[in-house]
Ligand binder design. Sequence first.
Ligand code: HEM
Length: 578
Amino acid sequence: MPTLPPGPSFVLRNFHVIATPPVLTLITAYAVGRFFDIHLPVWLLVAACLTSIPVSQFARSAWTDLKARRTAAALGASLPVRVDKKDAKPSGEKKYPRDFLFKLCEKYGNTFILESYTFKRVFTTEPEHVKAVLATDFANYQKGECPGFRSQMKSLLGVGVFNADDEMWKFHRSMTRPFFSKDRISHFDMFDRHATDALQQMKYRLREGYAVDWQDLVSRFTLDSATEFLFGKDVRSLSAGLPYPPTSDMARMRTSKPEADEFASAFQNAQLASSKRGRFQDAWPLAEFWQDKVQAQKAAIDKFIAPLLTDALKKKNATTQNEKVTEEDTLLSQLLKVTDDYNIIRDETLNILLAGRDTTACTLTFAIYRLAEHKDVFNRLREEILDVVGPTRRPTYDDIRNMKYLRAVINETLRLYPPVPMNNRCAVKDTVLPATSPGGRGLFIPAGTKVIYSVFLMHRRKDLWGPDALRWDPDRFIDERVQKYLTPNPFIFLPFNAGPRICLGQQFAYNETSFMLVRLLQQFTSIEFTPEVAPESVVPPGYADSPGSDGTDRVWMGSHLTLFAKGGLWVKMTEATE
Ligand code: HEM
């Protein structure tokens, strides 16, 4: 059945909301004319009909506020403090990320209401509140029906594990979970092949005397690893070759093979297009009236996935039922044992690709950025790697588990540069966030409220992490600060989320990140950060005086669904000779 374009479909779905106030206005005008003989001029009637839409929305909003205040009082709770509208505007694209939110927290505390037009959402960086949303009051918060994530992401993700709630989510999670067993996530053969390929290409480029965009390199590494893990066949994005620095004479002569980049750029563009919808909330179809911009990218993504899926489905039908999963099995073949619904399998694999690819690339990007800036940490980490693994041997699962400093470097990177900096949930029923001080009141959250939480801000709070919270210092995950801050309050560190929806790929991500860092530091003795070769990546003014930064950041951060370095992370490295 042909589907309507997004705009007309949105208008039809919301026709009653748009049409009811003008229709009521017309009925009232007719009644006034009929019974009181007062006839409004046409221009006034038209103006009244047009203004009736926002007026009805404000009236509804005022009524909801009143109801919320009464229910909160009845429950012995308060409403979160409301941010003054004049303070609620972001401070502009070129500031430190979330700069305006840091300032709002300083002024209004760690949980408050942000309002634009009649749309209110609660924002929090309070561990107790995040804990309630993700764990202790899990049933009351879903990805849900609030304006935002699900509707924006549906064209790309369908209803896979990342985007689903209730029974559908349980179905997807239980179907996918067995695949993340220790054996499979320690698939070091696969990591090794792609890491070797990536590092070899990097060496050639460095030997030519050019800097390398590490972010681009690890995005290809994680894409090839993830697609192989999921489908049993990688998209070979590394084979497209590496870009030259934009300021170099070679920049225009990149030897890319467009087909190798097609999947990667379609996937990237689909994410960008999905996250741009955030500006319009659920009204995004009006901005893409005749064409869903994500669908256009999805065609290129499907070009890679469809033949693999169709082929796998055909094979499944040709073999006996319920064969045991063997070591070579991919997530795709695991899913085929549970269902042969093409759409469910496609959605699920794409969800995991989205969940797992950029997040790990982001961790590797910011770890290298910080290692380049902290030579002492680099040297100490390299020493640990050479002690435990040596200069050439492939690391094992146990090696990685035993390298405490390596884990601290990764955790400290995840703390200051959490790949998923912001997230949100929708309250499905009236509920109360717990009081955060003895004798204090809980905060009432009416059903339908969007609750946004930011681990980016929470991970940088000095009252939670100590006076040096803004400094990148892996020792804080090893020394007495662990007992002082983290052990008594584990919800202050949530790069992977918490509760029933905790990241399924956490261990996979630690393994993949560790593996790449070990391989890299075995082969290189130093890293130099060279942002000057890519003008785009040079940080804008406004970084030094942000309340969220210690003023030392030299990377211009951006985020769509995940955090990234704008313009790339350009580095030079020195090869080991030993
Ligand atoms: C450093 C790397 C990673 C970070 C920081 C990270 C972070 C997260 C976060 C914050 C969520 C919660 C999202 C939400 O509920 O709104 C999540 C969920 C998820 N992650 Fe990860 N992730 C990483 C790597 C991976 C990898 C490598 C995979 C798979 C190969 C993966 C698979 C998933 C899945 C399937 C979910 C959905 C769980 C659910 O909703 O039940 N993640 N991840």
